[in-house]
Design a protein around this ligand. Structure first.
Ligand code: PEP
Ligand code: MG
Length: 757
């Protein structure tokens, strides 16, 4: 059964479009379950369940039969969002004879809902003439299949809509794709898609600019692949039996002019660029082979896919795509990375979209620090079809609109105008203190990492750096930077901010932060080799970095060193020992310096309960609430599927934050916070009420936070905190924060209401 399931899913996955997907489903299910009817109903724009494909009912009824939710047994399955299995559907009170379908003769009925991201997309139905209940095995089969196919159907539907909307049809205007808000703001612009290398599925549609040149590229790539296959075939010839050897001949024949190559060339002649022609022809052949009954022939689908990938790699090598940036570029990538952010001239970049990742991924954090509206985790986005298309990105609501109507564009332009007004007002605060109406002053520091952060932070009146993410300069290189290079980089931060304090975090890699030259492959990277765990295992990396920081500090003395991802006291002691060693080495060299203040980040639940022990050994404590939230709530900060569960104001998170501040103060050690919650006006007010000594945040949001603090009294913030301490639901807490901020006139600092679509 499992094999059969897998085969159906594989085949459906390879289907060309929604119609083919649905036809395959009904054919395969009908055959696999030996039923007389299998049909799919999908929810249409009028919110009716429309018969989209059938095997066994009258095909003329396709597209005509429509049921409102709750009507008929199909509607009932959707309404209840659970399977309905009936011996005789015709006697069920909800039964409604579907005219002209020929279904009157079928009695047995099994319908299961097709559910994607909690929404019912449709209903999958099997029917039979006999009066009998489908058995438990049959029901389980259909439920499993439907759960697996829901994503494929959703994706095929979305792709179809995007292709139709390219023809600017009014019907497909304002097509919405939901993701996760990663950086606030609105962008109206044109898409530039960055595709991952050698991935056929990710090749974007493009028209050939020079057909002859495309043909020449293709023929060179083909010759290279032919050559590779011959070399591999020859080198393995002594180890292979003759029938295995023959496979290499099969591959070569597939590449013949009369086979794949001929078809690809003819598509290029019709105007497609070589990579697009290759993608289409390979996918068609993969589909054809995947559908074959014979298991040997079916396996050939993966050979064709492999050949396609090889040719694509050569094509991409020969003509690397020169990305053309529009004046208002919205950059779209499958997986946005810090290196990609560096590829676009920032004066042309107005928005960022990532199919993977979530609001607390590091790419999102960087986007916020650059102040670029960003949506991540748009998992159903057929992004390869979007190059050059007009889009609206709503970074407040985590939404992306394709083919926007004039009305929608105007509504968003209005929000942009409002943003400009707020920005102009905030700019006047630069030299004013973050002081509450009753005179309490809250130090506001910044988080940095990108080169541009320093200027932006100073422009916005930052009083210090609470977190310099040293791994960022490590990530945009091809090898570890030398001690001297690091010294120069760190010196720039220290002197630009002097005499203000600069907190440098030691290398924090692992999790979603990879160095291209130091790959860490792990099943569960967020619970793996991260932060201090890596650097304690590699003293040579740690010592070089600390020495570079110390050298950079000479004569400035405004450095603070911070240790990430600490779980146990012995890690702190091990790191302190190495820092002392580095200090001693440099003193021996004749440098005049002492150990700078060293602090520990509280990011792991185990650390929350050891704050006092850490505090006795170090000079300051800083909370990394991004990781702390992920570990307390067991929600991967990078996974859009559980983004809704990542609740910064969860009662447990708030309790932990309070506890940390109290415990650190018992040891007279200052406690700051550098996680993203400090960059939210509501979060900043709560942290102030909890007694945090410093709030550190991205430079973009600093003026908002200053404005919020200047408009309230400390007493008001404390009162709000007391009220929230008695609450036990994250959503309710969020609502109370929202309404309190509105009441205090701080609504415009959080988010405008998104237009209703
Ligand atoms: C944190 O985890 O809150 C933090 C500041 O570190 P990063 O986001 O870089 O993991
Ligand atoms: Mg962290």
């Amino acid at each position: 059964m499992l094999d059969l399931l897998r085969k159906i899913v594989q085949e459906v996955n390879a289907a060309a479009d929604l119609t083919a997907v649905l036809e395959l489903i009904v054919q395969r299910v009908q055959r696999a379950m030996r039923t007389q009817v299998c049909s799919v109903y999908l929810l249409d724009e009028e919110q009716h369940f429309c018969l989209m494909a059938t095997q066994g009912l009258n095909p003329e009824a396709i597209g005509r039969v429509k049921l409102p939710p709750g009507k008929g047994i199909v509607g009932l399955v959707a309404e209840r969002a659970e399977p309905i299995n009936l011996e005789d559907a015709t006697v069920h009170p909800a039964y409604r004879l579907l005219e002209n379908t020929g279904e009157e003769k079928f009695h047995a009925f099994l319908g299961v809902p097709v559910i994607h991201q909690r929404a019912v997309l449709g209903v999958l139905v099997v029917q039979q003439q006999d009066k009998r209940r489908f058995d438990a095995g049959e029901e389980a089969f259909l439920v499993t299949l439907s759960a697996q196919l829901a994503g494929v159907i959703a994706h095929a539907e979305a792709t179809g809509a995007v292709i139709r909307s390219a023809q600017n049809s009014r019907k497909d205007q304002d097509r919405l794709f939901a993701g996760v808000s990663a950086a606030q703001g609105v962008a109206i612009g044109r898409a530039v898609v960055i595709a991952p290398p050698a991935d056929l599925r990710a090749v974007p549609d493009k028209v050939a600019r020079d057909i002859e040149a495309e043909l020449a590229h293709f023929s060179q790539a083909l010759a290279s692949v032919r050559h590779d296959i011959k070399v591999v075939g020859r080198s393995l010839s002594r180890h292979l039996r003759s029938e295995e050897q023959a496979l290499f001949d099969v591959y070569l024949r597939m590449l013949d002019d009369n086979a794949l190559a001929g078809e690809i060339e003819s598509r290029i002649r019709q105007g497609s660029w070589a990579q697009g022609a290759l993608r289409d022809v390979i996918q068609e052949h993969v589909r054809m082979f995947s559908a074959m009954e014979d298991p040997y022939l079916r396996e050939r689908a993966s050979d064709i896919r492999d050949l396609g990938r090889r040719i694509l790699a050569y094509l991409q090598q020969a003509s690397p795509v020169e990305l053309q940036f529009h004046d208002n570029t919205i950059l779209i990538a499958e997986e946005l990375s810090p290196a990609m952010l560096g590829e676009v001239p920032t004066d042309r970049l107005v928005g960022l979209v990532s199919v993977h990742g979530s609001g607390n991924s590091h790419a999102a954090i960087l986007a916020r620090s650059m102040g670029i509206p960003t949506v991540m985790g748009v998992v159903d986005l057929p992004y390869t079809r979007l190059d050059g298309r007009e889009l609206i990105l709503d970074g407040y609501g985590g939404r992306l609109f394709i083919n926007p109507s004039d009305d929608l564009s105007e509504a968003y332009r209005e929000i942009l105008r409002g943003e400009e007004l707020v920005a102009a007002e905030l700019a006047t605060l630069k030299d004013l203190p973050a002081r509450t109406l009753d005179g309490y002053q809250m130090p506001l520091w910044v988080n940095t990492g990108l080169v541009a952060d320093v200027v932006r932070s100073l422009e916005r009146g930052a009083e210090g750096i609470g977190l310099y993410r040293t791994e960022i300069p490590f990530m945009i290189r091809d090898f570890f930077p030398s001690e001297q290079e690091q010294t120069e980089t760190y010196r720039r931060q220290l002197s630009a901010f002097h005499p203000r304090p600069v907190t440098m975090r030691t290398l924090d890699i692992g999790g979603d932060k990879a160095l291209p030259y130091f790959p860490i492959e792990e099943e569960n990277p967020f619970l793996g080799w991260r932060g201090i765990r890596v650097t304690l295992d590699h003293p040579e990396i740690f010592l070089v970095q600390v020495r570079a920081m110390l050298r950079a500090m000479e004569g400035l003395n405004n450095l603070r060193i911070m240790l990430p991802m600490v779980t146990s006291v012995h890690e702190v002691e091990g790191a302190l020992k190495m820092i002392d060693q580095a200090v001693a080495e440099l003193q021996e060299e004749g440098l005049e310096l002492q150990r700078p203040p060293v602090g520990v980040m509280i990011e792991v639940p185990a650390a929350v309960y050891q704050v006092r022990r850490f505090a006795r050994r170090v000079d300051f404590i800083s909370v990394g609430s991004n990781d702390l939230t992920q570990y307390l709530l067991a929600v991967d900060r990078n996974n859009p599927r559980v983004a809704g569960l990542y609740a910064a104001y969860h009662p447990s998170v708030l309790r932990a934050l309070e506890h940390i501040a109290r415990e650190a103060h018992k040891e007279n050690v200052t406690v700051s916070i550098c996680g993203e919650v400090a960059a939210d006006p509501a979060g900043a007010l709560l942290l102030m009420a909890m007694g945090y000594d410093v709030l550190s945040m991205n430079a973009t949001n600093l003026p908002r936070i200053k404005s919020a603090i200047r408009k309230v009294t400390l007493q008001q913030a404390r009162q709000l905190h007391r009220q929230i301490r008695g609450m036990d639901d994250a959503d309710r807490i969020q609502q109370l924060l929202h309404s309190s901020l509105n009441e205090w006139g701080l609504g415009s600092l959080s988010r405008p209401d998104s237009p209703v679509v």
